[in-house]
Design a binder for this molecule. Structure first.
Ligand code: CO8
Length: 381
């Protein structure tokens, strides 16, 4: 516990983070081998129609393209075998009864337990759980309430979805609860089972996503551990765009024309996203740094959203004023893939212990919506 902090106006800080990484991992080589086998089967099965010009043949994917275009080399998933079986290429999970912990809650709990243990926080002192993620396993009861129950927290919980920016939006929401005096300790949990929403048969996107769960414990400085991260300021932004979209939803079930088609999974215009989001996010970071009287060039580290290595290179360059090295803008994309809202939190979780008191950094997310969030932090103690 921080014995030096004075009571008074509540001041939100990040006390600790947690990470759950699935054991299974798919390399680009394994992914492409299964995808290309699926393409060969598909083209063989439709040979006559393809010959007659009635069906477009599918094209092979390539390891070289994936790594060059995205920076991704592998991704973790909850259950590898069906995803790389050319006859399945969809997630398969053992059904669980209502009396069992659901998969999404299970991995959220694992990440949350690590954050709580690192902070030395007793669950009886946690006031709220936000489950902030791109997709929920079900509409209700809220995943957050299930996580709250599994952890034994007395308080409240709710789900929130802002796609890739869910975690940073969750951090601001938690910080606002602390500032307003409505909570002293809030868990922001981001279980991202992206494998359930990815079209594993789509060459343009089959390589992008991976599964993971993260947790961020946002608390009043008064009760935080000595080693924590002061939240200097948070900023959120949304701008409507159809360039990243998923039309899955109960109102769409009754539309026989679109049932089972690809738009019930993740679809995007990746090039447009790249071109439109990079300047939007770089400008947002620089403006917010100015508002907080922080010199962006003096930031010790950027923990950026992990969607594309090229996007991060450009954003970091615009913010820092020079090409960032791995120490200034760490990458986890290579081994985790795009893990939606969890990406910048994984980068932070795995790359902050070497930083010293007074070091300032930025957690930043961006993605579907469009949505973007910045959380400027400074190491205390
Ligand atoms: N193998 C070989 N070649 C390929 C492949 C492949 N797998 N895929 C495409 N190509 C070919 C194309 O056909 C094209 O060929 P041609 O020039 O002959 O037409 C060529 O490669 C170039 O294609 P692109 O222009 O599409 O390639 P890019 O260089 O733009 O790279 C990327 C594609 C990697 C997708 C890139 O555009 C990118 O990363 N963009 C940013 C995307 C982004 O940040 N999206 C955010 C999404 S995440 C989010 O918001 C959360 C959503 C919620 C979670 C969802 C869970 C699933």
């Amino acid at each position: 516990m921080n014995t030096h902090a004075k009571s008074g106006t509540p001041r939100p800080v990040i006390s600790a983070t947690g990470l759950f990484t699935p054991e299974d991992s798919i390399s680009n080589e394994e992914l492409v081998e299964s995808f290309n086998a699926f393409v060969d089967r598909h083209n063989a099965a439709h040979a006559e129609a393809i010959e007659a010009g009635e069906v477009e043949p599918l094209t092979h994917s390539s390891v070289e393209f994936i790594e060059k275009a995205s920076g991704i080399k592998a991704r973790h998933v909850m259950n590898k075998a069906p995803l790389i079986d050319p006859a399945i290429m969809e997630p398969r999970h053992e059904p669980r009864g209502n009396d069992q912990l659901s998969l999404m809650a299970e991995i959220g709990v694992a990440a949350a337990r690590e954050a709580l243990a690192k902070a030395g926080r007793d669950v009886k002192d946690v006031d709220a759980v936000l489950c902030a993620a791109s997709n929920m396993q079900r509409p209700y009861p809220a995943m957050a309430i299930e996580i709250q129950q599994a952890l034994g927290i007395d308080g409240f919980g709710f789900d929130m979805n802002v796609a890739c920016s869910s975690a940073t939006f969750g951090i601001q929401t938690a910080a606002d609860y602390v500032r307003a005096g409505n909570a002293k300790s809030v868990l922001v949990v981001s279980p991202e089972i992206t494998s359930g929403h990815l079209n594993w048969r789509d060459r343009d996107s089959h390589f992008i996503f991976g599964d993971v769960a993260t947790a961020v414990l946002v608390e009043d400085a008064e009760i935080a551990p000595d080693v924590h991260w002061d939240i200097l300021g948070t900023k959120l932004k949304t701008v409507f765009s159809n360039n990243i979209r998923n039309n899955f939803g109960f109102l769409n079930r009754s539309d026989p024309e679109s049932m089972g088609t690809d738009d019930k999974l993740f679809v995007q215009e990746g090039r447009k996203v790249f071109k439109e989001v990079v300047p939007m996010v770089a400008e947002m970071i620089v403006n917010e740094a100015e508002r907080l009287a922080i010199d962006p060039a003096g930031l010790r580290r950027l923990w950026l959203h992990q969607a594309n290595a090229g996007m991060n290179r450009l954003i970091a360059q615009r913010v820092l004023g020079h090409e960032a090295n791995e120490d200034e803008s760490p990458t986890v994309l290579d081994t985790y893939g795009n893990t939606s809202s969890a990406g910048s939190i994984i980068a932070f979780h795995l790359n902050n212990e070497d930083m010293v008191a007074g070091d300032t950094g930025l957690i930043c997310s961006f993605g579907a919506g469009y949505s973007a969030g910045t959380v400027f932090v400074r190491k205390a103690a």
